[in-house]
Ligand binder design. Sequence first.
Ligand SMILES: *Cc1c(COP(=O)(O)O)cnc(C)c1O
Length: 385
Amino acid sequence: MNRIPITRPALGPAETENVVRVVQSGWITQGPEVAAFEKDFAAAVGAPHAVALSNCTVAIEVALRCLGVGPGDEVVTASHSFIATANAVVTVGARPVFADIEADTYGLDPRAVAAAITPRTKAILAVHQIGIPCDLAGIAAVAGNLPIVEDAACAIGSEIEWQGRFERIGRPHGVVACFSLHPRKIVTTGDGGMITTADPALAARVRLLRQHAMSVPDTVRHHSDKVVFESYTEPAFNYRMTDLQAAVGRPQLARLDAIVAERRRLADRYREALADNPVLAPPTERSNARSNWQSYPTTLRPGARLGQVEVMQRLMDAGIACKRGVANSHQEPAYVDRPELWRGGPLPVSERMRDTTVLLPLFHGMTAEEQDQVVAACQSLAPAR
Ligand SMILES: *Cc1c(COP(=O)(O)O)cnc(C)c1O
């Protein structure tokens, strides 16, 4: 059966042509195309600086390192996230402290963050889950002087109201925002990550660490007409992005406004069609936040006669791919089996949202017929009268 997918990358002929151009240029890793992609990305989200990396997991890791987070430190974050969020904290030797979320944003609850902060807390890692902005202003109000790192993996094109006007996620509103370019996100380079920041020193340090702390970048050496030797100033990493990846990303970025507008149109259509659905409730958006609808989350209505697994099976039987809510790191074996790695809780909202959310298909190029088929399957979940 031809199943309607949960997502589909928005790739077109411009991407292919751009990759061919870059291949023929002869410079295929961290060169001019990556530099151009960084400029485009910074402009797209309104950030002073953008630095490309291999993926978002290492972007979060490097951001934490640049803030001096290490062994003995704690980072308050969400368990209700892709496991990369917690893993990045563990990778730098620090301990994730899981705080609970708010049901409507799937993001950290400022009150839970306030309760989780201790003298060991070194940073807050706030997730804009599935593209829905978290209550960043509320979190900032309880964070005091603690730096906020935004896990904006899913949130390119999402906006929050900040000091009276809407701004894209990534300006950034914390100290640094980390984006993913995995195909499950709405702009993809296959794999890839991006850091945005307003702090030039932090941007410079990320550039250094992503390439083994090499003192003279090869782009500079290549264009020099004098002999130059580089040196390596500290042990660091290979977290480079290739120019081939950047070549795939740039045309999508150029279409970002249209991609986000189309996703919002599809989400509006779902909201109307599911308003009276007896089993699944559409999400409600806060007046101070606009999602890019990287995922479209519905929740089981209280008293619905079907459980999450039954709903998902019925949708699958109707040829519709769907996913359950975002998992919780504290319920995965990686963390259940290693209680010394983390602390936190109780996390009742995180646990409830995993088990009551069903993500529906929503992707660029989704036809009205495809969406109608999803809606019809959702309507037929109602028990026959
Ligand atoms: C996808 C995702 C990541 C990891 O991104 P990669 O680019 O795959 O490393 C991190 N956090 C969240 C919330 C994500 O959805």
